[in-house]
Design a protein around this ligand. Structure first.
Ligand code: ZN
Length: 276
């Protein structure tokens, strides 16, 4: 009997120890579904990389259709950051308000690649995202000239959201001291991916962390496009990375690192995941 009770006591201790350890981690909710990308595969790859950092507990909410989107009512207070790998039917007004409150109260919101297509009619969503895949009448466009200066193009002028054929392209670290990009190479060659250009939106309070030269001969715009940015919203933080059309693209070491560190920063305002 003493042996059995000791063993049970040890089990209880171990259970508490693992719960306590898990409680130190960031609770990340990935929302996915409904778009023309291999979202189930990219979510799986992202979930795996996040768990490997030992920084995140990951839950996935998959919304397969309009009914599931309309009924979606997560308890946002369970999470520190929500990562969007979704664009599809609108959420209920109640869920939209709860989502906005979550970020305003200090939560993190991360957008990844095609998630910037989401919810064009939701004004506060567009404000939180800064820029998204919209037509050129939707809002301002932001590009960066070769001197590093931000150029704002008004709505109606210049290209709207698009991309040329997927190809390998360069990414340049623009903000070397931001927690997300600190220690990353000054520039690197990103694997074959879609280089989004002409993104449109309110573009307020954006801190543009990384950019890519969008070459005309590759179907691009001939200027530098924002690739990664951060926006403070209330007490919370928004992070956007346009990189990662498919599993090989989001598995590119620097694109993956930016996504992992971006989610950590959005959750806590700091980054501990190292550049290897
Ligand atoms: Zn894509």
């Amino acid at each position: 009997m003493p042996k059995l009770s000791q063993w049970m006591f040890a089990c209880v201790l171990m259970t508490f120890a693992s719960l306590a350890f898990a409680a130190d981690k960031i609770n990340l909710l990935i929302i996915d579904g409904q778009h023309n990308h291999a979202w189930a595969k990219t979510t799986e790859a992202i979930k795996e990389m996040m768990i490997k950092t030992d920084r995140f507990n990951v839950e996935v909410a998959t919304l397969k259709n309009k009914q599931e989107s309309e009924a979606f009512k997560p308890d946002f207070t369970k999470y520190q950051v929500v990562l969007m790998n979704y664009h599809g039917s609108a959420f209920s007004e109640e869920t939209q308000k709860a989502f906005e409150k979550f970020v305003q109260d200090g939560g993190g919101l991360a957008f990844y690649h095609a998630a910037v297509f989401s919810f064009a009619k939701w004004d506060n969503w567009n404000k939180m995202m800064g820029l998204g895949w919209r037509d050129n009448k939707f809002g301002d466009r932001i590009s960066i000239d070769d001197a590093g200066k931000i150029v704002r193009t008004p709505k109606g002028e210049g290209p709207g959201g698009s991309h040329g054929p997927a190809h390998e392209f360069q990414v340049i670290t623009r903000e070397k001291d931001h927690p997300i990009t600190k220690g990353l190479p000054e520039k690197w060659s990103h694997v074959k991916d879609e280089l989004y250009h002409g993104q449109r939106g309110p573009a307020e309070n954006m801190e543009i962390l990384a950019i890519s030269p969008s070459l005309k001969e590759k179907g691009g715009t001939g200027t530098n496009e924002p690739m990664v940015w951060a926006i403070p919203v209330g007490k919370g933080r928004v992070f956007v990375s346009l990189l990662g059309h498919d599993v090989p693209a989001i598995s590119d070491p620097n694109a993956a690192l930016i996504l992992m560190r971006g989610c950590e920063w959005a959750a806590t305002g700091a980054v501990t995941i190292p550049v290897k």
